[in-house]
Design a protein around this ligand. Sequence first.
Ligand SMILES: Nc1ncnc2c1ncn2[C@@H]1O[C@H](COP(=O)(O)OP(=O)(O)OP(=O)(O)O)[C@@H](O)[C@H]1O
Ligand SMILES: [Mg+2]
Length: 261
Amino acid sequence: MTSTPASGELPQLAAVALEKAYRKGQHVIPVLRGVELSVQRGEFVAVIGQSGSGKSTLLHLLGLLDAPTVGEVRLRGERIDDLPERVRDELRNRVFGFVFQFYHLLPELTVLENVLTPLMIRQGVLSYWRQRRTLRRAAEEIVQAVGLAHRRNHRPAELSGGEMQRAAIARALVAGPEILLADEPTGNLDANTGAGIMELLHQLNEQTGLTIIMVTHDLAVARHAGRLVQLKAGRIVETPGTPAGDPDAVERLRPIVPMAS
Ligand SMILES: Nc1ncnc2c1ncn2[C@@H]1O[C@H](COP(=O)(O)OP(=O)(O)OP(=O)(O)O)[C@@H](O)[C@H]1O
Ligand SMILES: [Mg+2]
């Protein structure tokens, strides 16, 4: 979104002096060395950096998939990385949507069933069963919005890379996340298919105000975002943002309104 946040507004998500080191045998390998990153609601931020610079690591820490060695992750000013596991699980499910580089779709489930999994996890079996018609309708809407209605009963093995990525995006959106964390969402796609995924992310950001933090090693892809930051030597370096692409050039999908719980 192009609107600038009111000054003084707390960042929606922030990394504060974030450090992460991995232990390999006797060696401790520092990956993140004091990352500072503040993201306002509705921003579309691209994080670029060389392979191995820690982009995935950072995304995992921000989304509570892993814990920092030092530092904090804050949601609207409140520290969230040190909350009890149950609360972190809950936040992960309610606040964040993840798009993984290699999709992580469940091979034995259809597109629609894959998209439904976050709702099943959130609702629990009994509640899911009671609401299954409504939830299924919500999942069908999202699947249609990402252009996969004709593939909804297909299994991942029957899909192209772009279609799998669209399914993964639909699954990330179905529970109505506030923040989408996307790890190399176009990494395995040809240029055209990748451009289609970028258009989709763009529209989500513009039309629904979804906050997006996208990791990529591809500068051409990163230029689609409203703000560009670089991960270098374990720290974030801000780069003057390139304005998001011309919305007129993008064929509009109908607005996608992720289902509120
Ligand atoms: N679980 C782990 N255990 C040990 N080392 C790890 C682990 N995860 C990542 N690393 C190391 O941390 C560094 C950063 O990895 P990360 O996956 O975050 O990089 P990246 O920037 O996402 O790279 P790419 O562009 O190739 O995806 C790498 O040197 C990697 O080997
Ligand atoms: Mg990575």
